[in-house]
Design a protein around this ligand. Structure first.
Ligand code: MTE
Ligand code: MO
Length: 372
């Protein structure tokens, strides 16, 4: 059993798949803290978790022509300036279960919890690439990452990002060795993972073994044959994966974490809580909440760490306390966020349905009963 050596997990996690391990925190725990505690941070593994020895670990960085290839130990990585940032990581499949209610999709049934936030610390990728002689000349190039997890044929997890993002110090791409002040937990990439702020989770390669600059995107299945969006009319017989770009920056997203669907709330006043985030460093500027299915709206109170302009890598949490209209037996609660480019979420899921069930970001809706 290649999974026999997987780590022990927190019992509060809602497990979507045991082997490989995929799990999300329950909604009420997800927004209990701004920073997600490591043991309940959502986990998305495609393969068994490798058990790597920090003393013999080496990161191979392929040098530029005329530059120098590097074989970096953990101690070598610690010598680069340490950079620490708060970044929200979201899987492209977050909220897929709502999409599969419209029509079947291929993928894990994530609810609203395939998203979490941590303080990540490590070396900036641009500093490491500079040491290997890479400069921004070939802007069409890509930085390819390979994990040290592999399937029975020996194929490793891999992904890539454009070189321009990797070399941009303002993009703050990290080779992270710390998560919330601790060494990375095994499930989250011990000893080193990539953190690409504002970009889909699939590019944050864990158990990082190799970094190379290539003229093309990574040839990995997960870069080329997965994690792409398509029209609702494309099915598995007609899909042409080469026709769509790989997902990088994610669209604006929000969800309600309290109350939960089917719950009963007290009459008088209701408290609605949730999270909101957008990709590419775009800040969430407003979250609108409706108690009547979208007829009328109130702005929620946003809270959390203050984000820098164009570098809003982390989510905001939000809350609305509102009177329950007298005589109301049910509430149809809806939320939608707006980012600083005034991007909004689509109102329904059917028009954005896609066969892989990614990019599910329509208005989030929960139905609750009110005690008489
Ligand atoms: N890196 C490796 N090596 N193997 C993986 O299976 N999964 C990716 C990414 N990096 C993966 C990986 C996907 S799809 C996501 S969403 C994130 O890791 C999840 O990171 P987390 O498990 O720390 O939440
Ligand atoms: Mo993912």
């Amino acid at each position: 059993d290649p999974y026999a050596d997987d780590p022990v997990r927190h019992p509060a996690l809602k497990v979507n798949s045991q082997r490989p391990f995929n799990a999300e925190p329950p909604p009420e725990l997800l927004t209990e803290n701004y920073i997600t505690p490591n043991p309940i941070f959502f986990t998305r593994n495609h393969l068994p978790v490798p058990n790597l020895d920090p003393d013999t670990y080496r990161l191979h960085v392929v040098g530029a022509p005329g530059g120098q290839s590097l074989s970096l130990s953990l101690n070598d990585l610690y010598k680069f300036p340490k950079h620490e940032i708060t970044v929200t990581l979201q899987c492209a499949g977050n909220r897929r279960s709502e999409m599969s209610r419209v029509k079947e999709v291929k993928g894990l049934e994530w609810r609203t919890g395939a998203i979490s936030t941590a303080r990540w610390a490590g070396a900036r990728l641009c500093d490491v690439l500079a040491q290997a002689g890479h400069q921004l000349c070939e802007t069409e190039s890509h930085v390819c990452f390979e994990g040290l997890d592999s399937d029975p044929t020996g194929t490793a997890y891999g992904a890539s990002i454009p070189l321009a993002r990797a070399l941009d110090p303002e993009a703050e791409v990290l080779l992270a060795y710390e998560m919330n002040g601790q060494p990375l937990p095994r499930d989250h990439g011990f000893p080193v993972r990539v953190v690409v702020p504002g970009v889909v989770g699939a590019r944050h390669v864990k158990w990082l073994g190799r970094v190379s600059v290539e003229p093309e995107e990574s040839h990995s299945h997960w870069q080329r044959r997965d994690y792409k969006g398509f029209s609702p009319s494309v099915d598995w017989d007609t899909v042409d994966f080469d026709s769509a770009p790989s997902i990088q920056e994610l669209p604006v997203q929000s969800a309600i974490t309290e109350p939960q669907d089917g719950e009963t709330v007290e009459s008088g006043e209701v408290t609605v809580k949730g999270y909101a985030w957008s990709g590419g460093g775009r800040a969430v500027i407003r979250v609108d909440v409706s108690l009547d299915g979208g007829l009328t709206w109130q702005a929620a109170e946003l809270y959390g760490e203050v984000q820098r302009p164009r570098k809003a890598w982390a989510w905001c949490l939000w809350k609305l306390q509102a009177p329950v209209p007298a005589g109301q037996k049910k509430l149809n609660i809806v939320c939608k966020a707006v980012d600083d480019s005034y991007n909004v979420q689509p109102d329904t899921v059917a028009p954005i349905w896609n066969l892989r069930g990614v990019l599910s970001n329509s208005w989030h809706r929960v139905h609750v009963h009110v005690t008489p």
